[in-house]
Design a protein around this ligand. Structure first.
Ligand code: COA
Length: 265
C-alpha cells in the first residue's frame, strides 16, 4: 500500500488484518517529532479506507518507551509560532486516529508520558506491559497537556483522578492504571504487548465491521453530548447497521446454525 508513509520515524507492518504502527525513535524514547505526528495522522487516514485492515495497533520500538511525549530536543529550537503549529497538528493528526473507523489498540510497551499518553488516549483500547509507567508531567514543565489530555483523561478516569495525575504530575504503574480504568489489561510477564494486542484483535475479526464502526461512533459522539442527544445519535448509528448486508447475513447464519461470513457491506 504505497499511500502509507514510508521511510520516516513510523514503522508500518501488516500483521494479518491488523496494521501495526511502531513509533521508531528509540534513541529519543520514541518522542513525537513533527514528522512522526504527521506520519501517524496519514497512516490512520489510509488505514481507515484500507479494506484489508480490520484494526490498528499503536506501539513503540524497544522495551523502554511507548513514547516519552513531545520531542523536547526538537522543541528547544522552535519559535513559539512553530510550537503553536505543532499543537494544531496534534488536533488534526491525533484527531485522525481518534476518529478512525477501525478499532485502534494502544500497546504500551514502556513509558507513556505527556503526548505519549495523549496518543494512547486516542485509542479505543489500551494494553500495557507490566513495567509501563503512565503520566502527564506537563505542568511540571510549565505547560499543560496540549494534545487532548485535559479533555480525554477526565472522560476516561474521572475528574478527581485526572486532576491528581495532571496537577501532581503523578505517574501510574501499569497495575494502578488498570485499577483506575486507564488501561484495559496488562500483558502477562514475558508476553509481548503487541502479541497481546493481536490476541485482542481475534474476537474483533469475528464481529461485523460496519457494526463495530457504528458502535465506536455512537460511543465517542455520545460522550461529547447530553444523554438525549446521545440516544438520538445511537438511533442514527443503529440505522446504518440495519441496512447493512452483514446484518442480514447474521440472521441467516443464526437460522442456519453456522458462523456468519461478514463482508463489511
Ligand atoms: N524528547 C526528546 N528526547 C527524549 C525525550 C523527549 N521527550 N525523553 C527522553 N529523551 C531522550 C533523552 O534525552 C536521552 O537521550 P541522550 O542519551 O541523548 O541524552 C534518551 O532519550 C534516553 O533518556 P534518559 O532520560 O536517559 O532515559 P531514562 O530511562 O533515564 O528516563 C524518561 C526515561 C522517559 C523517564 C525520561 O527521559 C524523561 O522523563 N523524559 C521526558 C519525558 C517528558 O517529560 N515528556 C513530556 C513532554 S511534554
Amino acid at each position: 500500500m504505497s499511500e502509507y508513509p514510508e521511510g520516516g520515524p513510523l514503522r508500518i507492518e501488516h500483521r494479518g488484518t491488523a496494521l501495526v504502527l511502531t513509533l521508531d525513535r528509540p534513541d529519543r524514547h520514541n518522542a513525537l517529532s513533527r514528522q512522526l505526528i504527521e506520519q501517524l495522522g496519514l497512516a490512520a487516514r489510509v488505514a481507515a479506507s484500507d479494506r484489508s485492515v480490520r484494526a490498528v495497533i499503536l506501539t513503540g520500538a524497544g522495551e523502554k518507551a511507548f513514547c516519552a511525549g513531545a520531542d523536547l530536543k526538537e522543541r528547544q529550537g522552535l519559535t513559539k509560532d512553530q510550537v503553536r503549529e505543532i499543537v494544531r497538528l496534534y488536533r488534526t493528526e491525533f484527531g485522525a486516529i481518534d476518529r478512525c473507523s477501525k478499532p485502534v489498540i494502544a500497546a504500551l510497551n514502556g513509558v507513556a508520558l505527556g503526548g505519549g499518553l495523549e496518543l494512547a488516549l486516542m485509542a479505543d483500547l489500551r494494553i500495557a506491559a507490566p513495567h509501563a509507567q503512565i503520566g502527564l508531567p506537563e505542568t511540571s514543565l510549565g505547560i499543560i497537556p496540549g494534545a487532548g489530555g485535559t479533555q480525554k483523561l477526565p472522560r476516561v478516569i474521572g475528574e478527581a483522578r485526572a486532576k491528581e495525575m495532571i496537577l501532581l504530575g503523578r505517574r501510574l504503574s501499569a497495575e494502578e492504571a488498570l485499577e483506575w480504568g486507564l488501561i484495559n489489561r496488562i500483558a502477562p510477564k514475558g508476553v509481548s504487548v503487541v502479541d497481546e494486542a493481536l490476541a485482542l484483535v481475534e474476537p474483533i475479526l469475528k464481529g461485523a465491521p460496519i457494526a463495530q464502526a457504528a458502535a465506536l461512533e455512537a460511543i465517542d459522539a455520545g460522550l461529547d453530548t447530553d444523554l438525549a442527544t446521545g440516544m438520538q445519535l445511537e438511533v442514527l448509528a443503529y440505522e446504518r447497521t440495519l441496512v447493512s448486508e452483514d446484518r442480514d447475513e447474521a440472521l441467516r447464519a443464526f437460522s442456519e446454525k453456522r458462523t456468519p461470513n461478514y463482508q463489511g457491506k
